[in-house]
Structures are given as C-alpha cells and as structure tokens.
Design a protein around this ligand. Structure first.
Ligand code: GAL
Length: 418
C-alpha cells in the first residue's frame, strides 16, 4: 500500500519529537497466538523505532478474562501498566473509577475527531475526554469452513441456519469433526451470538443485547435461538475443552474439522500459517446473519501512571500516537485479520476475507445493521456480559436445561446484573 506524503511527515514528526525522551512502555494484553503476536510485533517495533522500550505483559486466554483479572489486581495495588487492551463499556468502567488518563492533547493534535468513525468515538471517551485509542475493527459473525471437506462429503455450502445444522451429521458421517469448537465461556458466547443474530436479525439483536429489553429476551424468537444452539451443541466434542481457538483453526487447516465459528482473528492465524484466504478455508457470513455485522473494536486504554517523570509520560503519549498512524494501521491489521480504523487506507492489499468484511461493514452502516458484539464485551457492561455468558455456557454443557428455562435464566440473570 502506498503511504501518503502527509502520513510520512506525521511519522517523521513522531520519530523526532518522541525519541528525545526515550523511556519504557508497559503494555498488558492477551494476544499470545499466531497472527495476534505478529500484529502486535508491528506496534512493538514502531514503538522501539522511537527509542522507547517495550515491556510486554501478555496473559494468555482468548477473550481476555485472565488478562483483565491481572489488570484489576495491578491497578488496585497502584501499579497499572502504561496501557492495556480494554474494550467497549469496560473503558468507561475503568475511567469512572479514576484510573485512566486523558489523551485529549494528542487527539486534538492528530485530529481523532475527524479520523475516527462516529460510532467509535464515544466508546473511546469518558465525559467527553479521550482515554483510549482503537486499533482495529474485527467482525464476529463469520463462519470459517474447509471447502475441501465440504466437497469431499458432497455437501453444499449452507445458506441458512437450518442447512448448517443439517450439514453437521453429514459431516460427521463423512468422518470429520463437524465443529472445531473451543469450550471456553467467551467462545461459547460467540457461538450463541452468531446464532442469535441469525435468528433474531439485527434489530431484535440490539433490542435484546444492547437495550436488554425483557420482552425480546423472553420472546419465542429467543427460545428458538436456544433451540438452534442446542442443535449445534450436540456436535461439540469432548476435546473442545482442551482446545484453544487457534488449535481449532489448525484442525480446519489440517482437514480434520469442517467449520469454526469465530471472529476474524482466524484470518490472522491463517495468514501466519501461510494459507491463502478464502480458497481452501473459506470465510462466509454466518448463515442467516448476512448483511448484519457484529463488531469488536480492539482498543488500548491509557492509565494514570505513578511515575511523574516526563520521559515516562512522553513514552505513553508516543504509544498512543503510533496506534492511529497509517503505517501501524496498515501493518497491524494486515496481520491481525481486522479492518483498519482509518477509512482512507488503500484497500488493494486487503486479503479476500478482509475485503469482504470491508464491503459488508460499509453496507451494514448504511442499512443500520452494524451491531456491537455482546460476546466480546462491546454491547453491555462487563457484569451483564458475564451474566449472559454464564447462562449460555451452562446451557451448552448441561443438556437437561430446556430452551424455555434458558430464556428465563437469561432474563433473570440480566436483570440481576443491571
Ligand atoms: C478478543 C480480541 C481479539 C482476539 C480474540 C482472541 O477479545 O478482541 O482481538 O484476538 O480475543 O484472542
């Protein structure tokens, strides 16, 4: 991709103004798998090019539960990192507790108000002040499938949820693992998110998981969504509980499993594995959810630091500045499998799945079918999100829970968490 002259000048500016005050940045995150690490190394390199050093605090676990637990204990004991991967309304929760620092000076200088998509700005701000910087847009409602397996089993690509469910026993009969699932609460939630988006549609999905409307939460459509989840959960194998999302992707690559239901960080993994995208392993919109786009915005929140040294503070600002530069946006997102935040980026180098995500994202904005992911903590508070996730996981692994009971549990759990 070409880098515009203006962008080059900004980078040179960063390099010269920031390198005079080199220090260390400590960054807490949960990006520990292939693709994620490759993408993050782009940020690390660009920070180190400014003369600052990078202290990596990586806590494994897709979805970030363990990382956020460590972050909480560090922050309350007065030792927060420079920045941490925090998303959605959780940014507000941290800011409200007084932990985050204002980035308004950088935001003003670098015109974040002009660069950032409208719907992302309020997520990054607390009481009108920027406290976090977004790095990408991931899409959740994808289905990854091994085309060679579908060909071999003579199954056509499912175009709706019923066809998808009908394909599962056929794939099993053909000797394949139908679904490469990861039995972790956040991945269970992703499975139900795609199903509910397919069954409810974007509008009712928002009413249920953003507005938390009790009528929609307890509606026949929601009971139906649980019925579909039950049908799919029968094909989750026992080994899923010892399998990371990345190992699930490997099962697709190795022609052992037919499908994976997961966000497009899978594309990052496929690229790291030197797979050409959308050929053998294809990305299709989760059947029945076509047109809707469930978004997950990775962002770094910046902490008030104990140190008063100007070097330390300057290094923190350097990190914040780099995230929205065109170079970082291009290099990071090319490896992460996500869309850049900056809309003016050259699209010619996008891989096939990112290109499709980009077109769908633009269309969803026009159609008002862009929805925040609840599974990945963009739709509600962390309390409500955990409550929803607990109901989903217990339903998946306890087959005695009926669809109707699950819906009652969902409604009650959300009410109690609000
Ligand atoms: C998400 C994060 C993604 C991704 C995934 C799996 O929470 O937003 O960027 O990598 O976890 O680790």
């Amino acid at each position: 991709m070409k880098i515009k002259r203006k962008h080059l000048l900004i980078s040179l500016y960063l390099l010269f103004t920031m390198s005079a005050t080199a220090s260390q940045v400590e960054v807490l995150h949960w990006w520990t798998s292939g693709g994620e690490l490759d993408a993050l190394s782009e940020l690390q390199e660009k920070v180190e090019e400014t003369g600052n050093t990078w202290l990596d605090v990586a806590i494994a676990g897709g979805g970030g539960n363990s990382a956020l637990t460590v972050l909480r204990s560090r922050a309350v004991s007065g030792n927060p990192p420079t920045a941490a991967l925090i998303k959605g309304p959780n940014i507000q929760e941290w800011a409200k507790l007084g932990f985050l620092t204002s980035l308004d000076d950088i935001a003003k200088r670098e015109k974040w108000d002009e660069i950032l998509p409208e719907f992302i700005k309020p997520i990054m701000q607390y009481q009108g002040h920027y406290v976090a910087v977004p790095v990408n847009i991931h899409r959740i409602n994808w289905l990854w499938l091994n085309q060679a397996i579908f060909n071999q089993a003579k199954i056509t690509i499912p175009t709706d949820l019923n066809e998808l469910i009908a394909a599962l026993p056929q794939l099993e009969a053909a000797g394949y693992l139908p679904i490469a699932h990861t039995s972790e609460p956040w991945a269970d939630a992703i499975l139900f998110e795609s199903i509910s988006l397919s069954v409810l549609g974007a509008e009712q999905y928002k009413q249920a998981f953003v507005d938390l409307n009790p009528q929609v939460l307890s509606s026949p459509a929601m009971i139906n969504a649980f019925a579909k989840l039950r049908a799919m959960s029968l094909y989750i194998d026992k080994n899923a509980k010892n399998r990371t999302w990345e190992q699930s992707t490997k099962l697709l690559i190795n022609d052992q499993a037919a499908i994976q239901i997961m966000g497009d960080w899978v594309a990052g993994k496929l690229l790291q594995e030197k797979q050409s995208l959308n050929t053998k392993i294809r990305c299709i919109q989760f059947p029945g959810s076509e047109g809707a786009f469930s978004y997950n915005v990775d962002s770094f929140a910046f902490f008030k630091l104990k140190s008063v040294s100007s070097e330390v503070k300057q290094a923190q600002k350097t990190l914040a500045s780099i995230i929205l530069t065109p170079e970082l946006q291009r290099d990071f997102n090319a490896r992460k499998g996500s869309l850049p935040i900056i809309n003016t980026m050259d699209k010619s180098d996008f891989n096939a799945c990112t290109l499709q995500a980009y077109a769908d994202y633009q269309q969803a904005k026009l159609d008002n079918t862009l929805v925040p992911t609840f599974a990945q903590a963009m739709a509600t508070t962390t309390y409500v999100q955990s409550a929803i996730t607990r109901v989903i996981s217990s339903f998946i692994y306890d087959k005695s829970i009926s669809n109707e009971t699950a819906v009652v549990q969902l409604t009650n759990a959300i009410k109690a968490a609000q």
